[in-house]
Design a protein around this ligand. Structure first.
Ligand SMILES: Nc1ccn([C@H]2C[C@H](O)[C@@H](COP(=O)(O)O)O2)c(=O)n1
Ligand SMILES: [Zn+2]
Length: 162
């Protein structure tokens, strides 16, 4: 019988970013699947979310297009993963919480993050870093003292069979 504890267990960051990415796999968005996981200061998962249309707005009826008439694109309808994670939270306050998210938050989510009391953001991808939305987001996060840093990919493959 083994006496020593396992040493190849996943780190907190791998765990929470993994949960965020798994959550993103629920997204129906054909172009960008984004997931978020909110964690307390003592490493308890508080909430999760992914990008999708609001309740009652059918995934099959609302548009997933990226281009065309604004009303016929997804952008006016999709709720971002971070906002869904904040809104899905059924507890009390998110003061001091940490957000793991697979894509850097936009300006609208930054407002919600700041107002909810989240103090740290760990993000994976920043593919829209040169857009006004992300530049504005960083301006607000900096002003509000919300810390953010890029997730350090370890290259570990986490496989689950369901
Ligand atoms: N931080 C973010 C940024 C974007 N999203 C969502 C909104 C859309 O569903 C999708 C981005 O679409 P794209 O322009 O890449 O086709 O990701 C989010 O949830 N969180
Ligand atoms: Zn957003």
């Amino acid at each position: 019988m083994e006496k020593e504890k396992r040493m190849d267990y996943i780190s907190w960051d791998e765990y929470f970013m993994g949960v965020a990415m798994l959550s993103g796999m629920r997204s129906k968005d054909p172009h960008s699947q984004v997931g978020a996981c909110i964690v307390s200061e003592d490493n308890k998962i508080l909430s999760m979310g992914y990008n999708g249309f609001p309740m009652g707005c059918s995934d099959d009826k609302f548009p997933w297009a990226r281009e065309g008439d604004a009303l016929d694109t997804k952008y006016l309808y999709v709720t971002h993963s971070e906002l869904n994670a904040i809104l899905n939270y059924r507890g009390g306050s998110l003061e001091g919480a940490k957000l793991y998210v697979s894509l850097f938050p936009c300006n609208e989510c930054a407002k919600a993050i700041i107002q909810s009391g989240i103090k740290t953001i760990v993000y994976d991808c920043d593919k829209y870093e040169n857009t006004p939305s992300v530049i504005a987001s960083k301006r607000m996060l900096d002003a509000a003292g919300v810390r953010y840093y890029k997730y350090n990919r370890t290259g570990r493959e986490i496989r689950i069979t369901v």
